[in-house]
Design a protein around this ligand. Structure first.
Ligand SMILES: NC(=O)c1ccc[n+]([C@@H]2O[C@H](COP(=O)([O-])OP(=O)(O)OC[C@H]3O[C@@H](n4cnc5c(N)ncnc54)[C@H](O)[C@@H]3O)[C@@H](O)[C@H]2O)c1
Length: 347
């Protein structure tokens, strides 16, 4: 099976590419190489005969047509997106163009290719989305696949729009689509602007560890390699036209999460004086910060037999160790625009 993976030089896409190649899939990685990309993320498979890379922008329809024609994929896994909520507050335009218009281009390029091949039933267009499209939960309840959409940030609303387009292309044109909505991911190769790497890297540098608001926001954390495994399960076994929620069953407040990371660092690389937790600093909250996300992963468990393999404590220990062992990777990204700065407070 040949997969066309978009966004394969990013955090989750690269985990999908590495796992897919390890499992014997042919993979074409299509990525525009924006600020969030890093080809080192896929260096372990770059020389594999199963792997090809195409630098292309999903906003460029002609480039997409060329890639489909040249590589003739059996399925698409569409992960390319602008993904950082704070950046979406400062500059929503890129999110509209890539997440909405880019997904529209992907759908149209995939549809033209699928129709030209005689509409094979086995073709799949798998759209990778987020639980943020469902909005914010109170203390009780969980997001199911039937939860009404209620996105609240420019990022989540652009992802919600793209989910609707994907479903419409299935209903209207019969394109064989799959949609997954996943909770917050963490793990190796996480770009150093996101919460968990910020905590690890600021702690190691002896800098303040910023926690938005009172740190009470709750997220359901999923180890990125478990997410990649879920995505390959869905693309091979998922039912056409269906959506699947993917979660880690690991709800933690941001403050609990940050304290856990500090405790792991205290053990692995003790500070000379005190605990890393002494560096925790509460900062102005993100505008419109959703209080709680929690995924009910019952459908993917019951229908496809998928479950996360690690608890958040195990996954965080592996992640912290990875950042300790891969300083050259994250040092090289420190000079990228916006990294190390507080973004998304303009609103
Ligand atoms: N990170 C999470 O916790 C999370 C959770 C659920 C869903 N998702 C979704 O998973 C997908 C991947 O997220 P991520 O965290 O790996 O993102 P990321 O920002 O790390 O990577 C995105 C990749 O897409 C590429 N890209 C961006 N714009 C492009 C364009 N116009 N054309 C081609 N390539 C482009 C970038 O170069 C980058 O390699 C996204 O669709 C995101 O919405 C992420």
């Amino acid at each position: 099976m040949k997969l066309l993976v978009t966004g394969g030089a990013g955090f989750i896409g690269s985990a999908v590419v590495r796992l897919a190649v390890a499992r014997g899939f042919h993979v074409v990685n299509l990525d525009a190489l924006t600020y969030a990309a890093c080809l080192d993320n896929v260096s372990s498979v770059a020389d594999s005969p199963l792997y090809a890379f195409e630098q292309a922008d999903i906003r460029d329809r002609a480039a997409l047509d060329r890639v489909f024609a040249e590589h003739q994929p059996d399925a698409v896994m569409h992960l390319a997106a602008e993904s950082h909520v704070d950046r979406s507050i400062d500059g929503p335009g890129d999110f509209i163009e890539t997440n909405i218009n880019g997904t529209y281009n992907m759908l149209e390029a995939a549809r033209a290719y699928w129709v030209a091949r005689g509409r094979p039933e086995s073709f799949r267009f798998h759209h990778i989305s987020t639980d943020e499209v469902f909005g914010s939960l109170g203390p009780e309840g969980m997001f199911t696949e039937e939860t009404p959409y209620d996105p609240r940030s420019p990022y989540s609303s652009s992802k919600a729009a793209s989910d609707h387009l994907v479903r419409a292309w299935h209903e209207t044109y019969g394109l064989p689509v799959l949609v997954t909505n996943c909770s917050n991911n963490y793990g190796p190769y996480h770009f150093p602007e996101k919460l968990i790497p910020v905590v690890i890297l600021n702690a190691l540098a002896g800098k303040a560890i910023p926690v938005y608001g009172k740190g009470e926001n709750i997220r359901d954390w999923l180890y990125v390699e478990d997410h990649a495994d879920a995505l390959l399960t869905v693309i091979t076994k998922g039912k056409v036209g269906r959506s699947y929620n993917v979660g880690g069953e690991n709800e933690r407040t941001n403050l609990e999460l940050v304290r856990t990371i500090c405790a792991i660092l205290d053990e692995k690389r003790p500070r000379e004086n005190g605990s890393y937790a002494d560096l925790i600093t509460f900062v102005t909250d993100r505008p419109g910060h959703d209080l709680r996300y929690a995924i009910d992963p019952a459908r993917i468990g019951a229908e496809l037999g998928w479950r996360p393999s690690v608890s958040v404590e195990e996954g965080l220990a592996k992640t912290v160790q990875w950042y300790l062992d891969n300083e050259a990777w994250w040092q090289a990204l420190q000079s990228r625009k916006g990294v190390g700065q507080r973004l998304g407070v303009k609103a």
